[in-house]
Ligand binder design. Sequence first.
Ligand SMILES: [Zn+2]
Ligand SMILES: [Zn+2]
Length: 116
Amino acid sequence: MSSVPPPPPGPARCGMTTFLTAIEAAKLRVISRQVPAALRHSLSCEIAAGHGGNHIAFAAAADGGELWWWLCWETQTREVRRIDPCDGRRLDDQYMDDCLLPAGHPGPHSFDLHRG
Ligand SMILES: [Zn+2]
Ligand SMILES: [Zn+2]
């Protein structure tokens, strides 16, 4: 048996960053009834590099973490949107990783991406 070479690194995250505008921050503060952590940090796009369409970054959770709000943005348009989490799940893994991306995201699930 010869040794198996390590698998190539998986696809990287897009990683495009942006900051919340004052209006978006105010909206998220009302929605989540707290100051979103995203207020102090840049948001970075969490879906796979080379994706089409909007960049998407997690912005805030509301209602005890049940509702997930995301910032979707392109060059000209930005929108804070509630999107359910993806139901992707790694079933062949003992840790049963859940995908932490919004439902309908393009590209591979979060557990197949590495921080690039
Ligand atoms: Zn992106
Ligand atoms: Zn997914």
